[in-house]
Design a protein around this ligand. Structure first.
Ligand code: C2E
Ligand code: MG
Ligand code: MG
Length: 757
């Protein structure tokens, strides 16, 4: 988590797009998921409680309507029924009192039975009291206008009933007056009949009111129920909606997170991740974005490291290969030419060695910058290592000549850029470069092959004197390939026993064999006899000359030692060719001494052949080494003399024993007076310096005579003997002296001298 800002509203990376979840998510994502769920539960509980309260209230309303029916309407009905019943009871009391007192014929006025009259009066009085008690509470209750009018009428009927029926009846009873009682009973009956109509009307009204109240209660209950149902449905819809939003607000972002993970896993690190909320998923997205950012940074760093050179920031070999591959693929589709320009800085090693690697790096960076400016798209430049750069030229002309001109134009610009003075460590460096150009179109060649061609051409440019460019030459390539094959084969030559020494006699003016030159031969099972002129340079450039040269020395010393033990050969010398690389090896002197010591060969019989270029390289060191060996008795001949640029001053310093006149002067000595003059000069100079002279490549008697005439003392050539394997050489020696020439005529030999090897 290092380096990642924790604030959720930090600037998004990559730039955030519009949120795909919409406003709902924006709103919800402000709250954590736990809070959202808790709020949803609280809301659901609240809605449930409200709905329950509504239901309870509906029941309460229904209860209330029932209670009203019972308490407000049924009580008056009961009271009115009782009043009617009590009034009827009064009637019955009177009828009973009248019935118990049957009228006597003998009486003028019939009388009531006192006891019955008294009991009836008491009962009627009690009834009337009860009626008052029943009526009073009802009369006091609030009423509607219709009920109030009916109650008023009944109250008047009751008062009439009391005044006109009950009170006179009570008097008649007290008076035991039968006739009045009977008359009043009828009156009471009539009044009762009228009052009972009002009571019934009132009772009916109460029933109506009760029914109306009940109906209102039922309606109210039904309404409450509808409200409750509506509220229930609405709250269910609301809760479902909110629940769906809540689920969506969790599921959608989780799906987004899933998608993001899939994209990141698939390596799509540039997908923008939007983070808007503050909930757990937003935190997850935020961390994912931070992770994506880090992965992207790391990937870019890895890509940079994998495809770009860290020093110059130019594309590296890997990226170049991919680009070449793309160019090769494209070249299969069109007819355009493309080109590889391999640029190698000249003498870059010198900067590194003299000014140090840091300055070398600075120089490379500057050159890379210049090349980068020079090479414009669609072309590209890469550094493939060390001081080597490659320019891939794309979309060149379809016509070969034009394409070549385009490539050469760019090569010239690149050379000019590399040749501009470059300030390095307070001094100005004047560098240069060599370029190899390889043009291709509809090519089947591999990347390796194309680069190799450009490399070959570049080496050609180097060999041509540097600060230039060369086009790829297939013949040169074939030669280099052949050399590479030979080099690989040459590595196994010593252990495989493919190398052998041949010996070519050296004779004096009298025809005595003084010794021989050791000439190396290589016979390969596949390549056959490979001439020294072909494999010695390969051995020198590859360094194989060191073990080979050491082996030749050991073999030659062993042979000297063997010859030293036999009288006929004891006097023979052996001249061994020493290559420059071998001679400059610091171990060279001990190596020769070791070979002499190990073999027991007489050092004085060993002659080492050095070339002019070798001795002129580092004269002081050369002289030191020669003198060191001279002290052991080893002598030196200067091979191929006349072809180099030795000055007399140098020659004087060298502890030489012999000058070996090059074959080229001997060849035309008879026909070319110039060559004869050169040979004469060499011989004169050698005499002045106190050196012996040997002429090599003597093929004819005429050449021999001409040389002898110029006072050349020693000869070597086909006229005397071909280079021969040891046994053949020793056989030749055994039959010597033989009439000359002892071998086929020189012309034949020259045509194919190896046939005799
Ligand atoms: P070099 O040292 O000048 O050897 C003389 C070359 O002249 C030999 O060629 C030899 O065969 C050839 N030669 C001798 N007489 C005649 C002649 O009458 N006519 C003609 N046309 N050629 C004649 P070879 O053996 O092919 O060697 C070529 C070169 O290879 C040698 O030139 C020498 O520089 C090098 N070389 C040969 N063996 C060795 C070796 O063991 N070590 C090193 N460092 N170089 C060697
Ligand atoms: Mg030689
Ligand atoms: Mg020679």
């Amino acid at each position: 988590m290092t380096g990642v800002p924790l604030a959720l509203d930090a600037a998004p990376w990559p730039p955030a797009p519009r949120t795909p979840q919409g406003m709902g998510y924006r709103l919800f994502s402000r709250f954590r998921i736990g809070t959202r769920l808790a709020a949803m539960m609280v809301l659901a509980a609240t809605v449930s409680a409200l709905l329950a309260a509504m239901g309870i209230r509906g029941l309460a309303v229904a209860n209330e309507s029932l209670r009203t029916v019972y308490e407000e309407r049924m009580t008056p009905v009961r009271s009115l029924a009782q009043i009617a019943h009590l009034m009827l009871s009064n009637q019955l009391q009177l009828q009973r009192a009248l019935a118990a007192s049957a009228p006597h014929a003998n009486r003028a006025r019939p009388a009531l039975q006192p006891e019955e009259a008294r009991r009836a009066a008491q009962a009627i009085e009690h009834n009337m009291l009860t009626i008052d008690q029943l009526w009073a509470p009802y009369a006091a209750t609030p009423k509607g206008p219709k009920e109030a009018a009916l109650a008023e009428r009944f109250a008047r009927q009751r008062a009439v009933y009391l005044q006109e029926a009950v009170k006179p009846t009570m008097d008649a009873l007290r008076m035991l007056d039968y006739a009045d009682t009977q008359r009043l009973a009828d009156t009471a009956h009539n009044l009762y009949e009228r009052a009972s109509l009002d009571i019934r009307a009132l009772t009916d009204l109460q029933f109506q009111l009760a029914h109306a109240t009940y109906e209102a209660g039922v309606r109210s209950h039904a309404q409450t129920r509808q409200w409750a149902l509506g509220a229930l449905l609405a709250s269910m819809a609301l809760l479902s909606f909110l629940g769906a939003m809540l689920i969506r607000s969790i599921v959608r972002p989780l799906q987004q997170v899933g998608r993001m993970f899939r994209k990141i896993a698939a390596g799509q690190l540039d997908t923008p991740i939007a983070v808007h909320g503050r909930d757990e998923i937003s935190t997850l997205l935020f961390e994912l974005r931070a992770m994506q950012s880090r992965l992207s940074t790391h990937e870019k760093a890895i890509h940079q490291l994998a495809y770009f050179d860290p020093l110059t920031r130019l594309p590296n070999r890997r990226l170049l290969r991919e680009r070449i591959q793309r160019a090769l693929d494209a070249s299969g589709q069109d007819d355009q030419h493309r080109a590889l320009l391999l640029l190698d800085l000249d003498n870059f090693k010198t900067i590194n060695d003299t000014l140090g690697h840091e300055v070398g790096d600075q120089y490379l960076v500057e050159i890379a910058r210049r090349l980068g400016h020079t090479v414009q798209p669609p072309h590209s430049v890469a550094r493939i290592g060390g001081d080597e750069f490659v320019v891939l030229m794309d979309q060149l002309s379809e016509a070969e000549g034009e394409a070549l001109t385009q490539a050469e134009a760019l090569a010239q610009q690149l050379l000019a850029a590399a040749a501009r003075p470059c300030p390095l460590q307070e001094q100005v460096h004047h560098g240069s470069a060599s370029i190899g150009i390889c043009l291709f179109r509809r090519s089947n060649a591999s990347i390796h092959e194309l680069l190799k061609r450009a490399d070959t051409a570049m080496y050609q440019a180097k060999n041509a004197g540097r600060n230039g460019y060369c086009l790829f030459d297939p013949a040169l390539q074939a030669r280099l390939e052949n050399e590479a094959t030979l080099e690989a084969a040459l590595r196994d030559a010593i252990p495989a026993g493919q190398l052998a020494l041949h010996f070519q006699a050296q004779v004096d003016q009298a025809g005595h064999v003084l010794g021989a030159e050791v000439l190396l031969r290589w016979k390969h099972p596949l390549h056959g006899h490979v001439p020294p002129a072909q494999f010695i340079p390969i051995a020198e450039t590859s360094g194989l000359i060191l073990p080979i040269g050491e082996w030749v020395l050991q073999q030659a010393c062993a042979q000297l030692s063997a010859w030293a033990e036999r009288a006929p050969t004891r006097h023979l010398e052996l001249a061994v060719n020493v290559s420059a690389r071998q001679f400059r090896c610091p171990d060279f002197v001990p190596q020769v001494c070791q070979a002499l010591k190990q073999s027991g060969a007489p050092a004085t019989r060993l002659v080492l052949e050095l070339t002019e270029s070798l001795v002129l390289h580092d004269v002081a060191d050369t002289v030191a080494k020669m003198q060191a060996l001279r002290r052991h008795g080893v002598r030196f001949a200067l091979d191929d003399f006349g072809t180099g640029y030795s000055s007399l001053a140098h020659l004087k310093r060298l502890p030489l024993h012999q000058l070996k006149i090059d074959r080229s002067f001997v060849e035309d000595i008879v026909s070319a007076p110039d060559d004869a003059a050169i040979v004469q000069t060499i011989i004169g100079m050698a005499r002045n310096l106190g050196l012996s002279v040997i002429a090599e490549g003597v093929e004819t008697l005429a050449q021999r005579h001409a040389l002898q005439h110029l006072d050349c003392q020693v000869f070597q050539g086909f006229l005397f003997g071909l280079p021969l394997p040891l046994q053949a050489f020793e056989s030749w020696l055994a039959q010597y002296p033989a009439p000359l020439p002892i071998f086929p005529p020189a012309t034949e030999v020259t045509a194919n001298p190896r046939e005799f090897s």
